[in-house]
Design a protein around this ligand. Structure first.
Ligand SMILES: [Zn+2]
Length: 404
């Protein structure tokens, strides 16, 4: 699945129409969640039931009916994703919050599938043909959407970002396998000092732009509160802040993508810690160095490129990986500030490198098993919709849009 993104250029009334479609999507999604919440226990509300519910909503509300029927389905599918995630978390007995579906207030996108739009055959333009009145808009970008057969375009998504409107096309290209340059095996450990350390003894530096941007963003954020509420200046300050944020999330994405690509290109087996990133960020000491967003992005791109290079990505339970000697298995206790691993067996390594080797060893020991098992090792697979959803969430990142 390939995602092409264009900036949308249209008139004010067209942007208003996009906003309206986005609002309708949110309405349907939230209605579907409510429908699920209110349903009696014995009525099993599943994806299909929610789909049928979207048809019912269309009959009831004119503004829902105006949105393309498949776009309405996409909206209930979003509700289903949230519900299903909750079910999965309950099933897996995830500790802490299970992510009970919540009502969304900040939706920023509407998703069409294979109908409700048509491409201009010559120019880079798209027309939305449902009754929301978006009409024909220009697409600004360097790719030629026309080169892909329309049949391969599975989804068209309109997004509102801090600096305007965007249109994404999800194209179903057969996964093109690229050939790896090497068949290495690598373990990755997230540390305090580095973005990650690997089992070969390399350390990947934390991207400097994040530190720099952090300052700029904080400054921009403070400016908002200095301006009077409801005033134009405040609105502008808010926009400046949002734009800065958007810029960083793009840089972050580029960084994660590039790293993940290189790792998968050179390795047949990639092992990483299955960290509860949420839990980690609560720890303030770690939060500064490890940017949770960067790391989870990196993981997603690892999975993406693993599919592309036909590499295997394995998530490993990180328990004891930093304490255990990677050579002899003895537990060598160390505090967070101890930066090296010294074992009686003579093994001396940088702390994170030792952990990375342990991570790789754990993965190798279990790689024979397919799928996940109770000991916390999972082999991530990526196909179809999941991948699409992942890429979309990656692309969507913006300050007041939390992807769940
Ligand atoms: Zn040892």
């Amino acid at each position: 699945m390939l995602v092409l993104e264009y900036k949308v250029k249209g008139k004010k009334h067209q942007y208003d129409a996009i906003n309206e479609a986005i609002r309708t999507t949110q309405f349907i999604r939230n209605k579907a969640i409510r429908y699920w919440m209110d349903a009696p226990k014995e009525a099993k509300v599943n994806k299909i039931a929610l789909n049928n519910y979207s048809t019912a909503l269309r009959k009831k509300f004119k503004f829902v009916e105006e949105l393309n029927s498949m776009a309405c389905q996409s909206a209930t599918e979003r509700a289903w994703l949230a519900i299903d995630r909750f079910y999965q978390n309950c099933k897996k007995k995830v500790s802490g919050k299970k992510g009970y579906p919540r009502f969304q207030k900040d939706n920023r996108s509407v998703e069409y599938k294979t109908s409700g739009w048509s491409l201009n055959q010559v120019k880079r333009r798209i027309t939305f043909t449902d009754k929301k009145g978006i009409g024909e808009v220009k697409l600004l970008g360097k790719w030629d959407i026309q080169t892909y057969p329309v049949k391969q375009i599975k989804r068209v998504r309109l997004l509102k970002k801090a600096d305007g409107y965007y249109c994404q096309f999800c194209i179903d290209t057969d996964v093109k396998f690229e050939s790896r340059i090497d068949d290495g095996e690598i373990g990755l450990d997230v540390g305090l000092e580095f973005f990650y350390s690997d089992s070969n003894g390399n350390h990947e530096e934390n991207p400097r732009f994040l530190r720099k941007a952090e300052k700029a963003i904080k400054h921009a954020q403070r400016q908002i509160y200095k301006k009077e509420k409801g005033k134009n200046q405040r609105r502008k300050a808010r926009q400046r802040y949002a734009r800065k944020h958007l810029k960083v999330s793009r840089q972050r994405k580029e960084h994660a993508l590039e790293l993940a690509r290189n790792v998968c290109k050179a390795n047949a087996l990639v092992a990483y810690e299955d960290l509860n990133v949420k839990g980690m960020v609560k720890n303030h000491c770690l939060a500064k160095s490890i940017n949770d967003a960067s790391w989870s992005l990196f993981r997603r791109w690892l999975e993406y490129f693993a599919a592309k290079f036909n590499s295997q990505v394995v998530a490993v339970n990180p328990r004891m990986t930093s304490q255990k000697c990677s050579d002899c298995g003895t537990i060598v206790k160390k505090s967070l500030s101890t930066r090296s691993h010294k074992c009686e067996c003579g093994c001396e390594l940088q702390r994170d490198v030792n952990a990375a080797i342990n991570i790789l060893n754990l993965a190798k020991a279990r790689v024979g098993h397919t799928r996940s098992n109770s000991s916390g090792v999972g082999i991530t697979t990526l196909v179809g919709v999941n991948l699409l959803e992942q890429i979309l969430t990656v692309n969507e990142e913006s300050p007041d849009f939390t992807t769940k």
